[in-house]
Design a protein around this ligand. Structure first.
Ligand code: DGL
Length: 263
């Protein structure tokens, strides 16, 4: 059983790609919609949330867990690995760094500009800058926190006027001073990939963690599982709009359950 978690619906972008590559891989997902967004919270709070959710997923049979949340991977992965040595954790940052590394090798330019967008906590952690700088090519990395995006995406507002304006504001520096690659350093952002590409134009290559992580999972987790178990998608708060949104992102009817959480 593969566990996946996120602060909300963002990790579904990763779950969806994993199911495309491995339709028979049983999944148990947890989205902490009641306490989302996490990106403005303190590191110790994010660690506590991820610890609770990991315990829950282990209780549901998960021994391989995808931290489908950049914020949590940036701040809590080392802690989780120490706390739960019986679990193999996978994150959404390593596969993106590996992909950029491969891109850089094939790119003839001697100097490359990389942009990163993410939550406040992810950007403040400096994880992308640190990891990209050691890839061994001349790169400049500029990161921008976009704290208003996750709440809008959680409401399902991805194609309306206001998110478009908010997004254009966040991306204005990357438009004025174009980068070669833009990393979507939050698993919610692939849901805005189309408007982001429209704002930035086709020359900027957008790299998200959804596909990259699914490919890494395909490589790293053996496929010898029993396919009989049904996928379950737990969320700490649900309403009918959220249920619809989850089905829409997954592109099919999935089993959704509410698991309320005391804070
Ligand atoms: N999807 C989470 C991430 O990748 C969003 C965190 C939040 O809730 O702010 O960082």
């Amino acid at each position: 059983m593969l566990g996946i978690f996120d602060s909300g619906i963002g990790g579904l972008t990763v779950a969806r790609e994993i199911k495309k590559i491995r339709p028979n891989q049983p999944l148990v997902y947890f989205g902490d919609t009641a306490r989302c967004p996490w990106g403005d919270k303190k590191a110790r709070t994010i660690k506590r949330y991820t610890e609770e959710i990991t315990e829950f997923l282990i209780g549901r049979g998960a021994r391989e867990i995808v931290i489908a949340c950049n914020t949590s991977a940036a701040l809590a992965e080392k802690y989780l690995q120490k706390r739960f040595p019986c679990v193999r954790f996978h994150n959404v940052i390593d596969p993106v760094i590996a992909r950029i590394g491969a891109e850089l090798k094939n790119n003839k330019k001697s100097f490359l500009k990389i942009g990163v967008i993410g939550t406040r906590a992810t950007v403040q952690s400096g994880i992308f800058k640190r990891r990209l700088k050691i890839l061994g090519k001349n790169v400049s990395v500029s990161a921008r926190a976009c704290p208003r995006l996750v709440p809008l995406i959680e409401k399902g507002e991805t194609d309306k006027k206001i998110p478009g304006l908010v997004l254009a504001g966040y991306l204005s520096d990357f438009r004025k001073n174009p980068v070669d690659y833009l990393i979507l350093g939050c698993t919610h952002y692939p849901l805005l990939k189309k408007p982001i590409q429209e704002i930035l134009g086709k020359k900027i290559k957008i790299i998200g963690s959804d596909r990259e992580t699914a490919r890494a999972i395909e490589k790293n987790i053996p496929a010898g599982f029993k396919a009989k178990r049904k996928d379950v998608f737990y969320f700490s708060r649900l309403d009918s709009r959220k249920r619809e949104l989850i089905q829409k992102i997954m592109g099919r009817k999935v089993l959704i359950k509410e698991k309320p959480w005391k804070d």
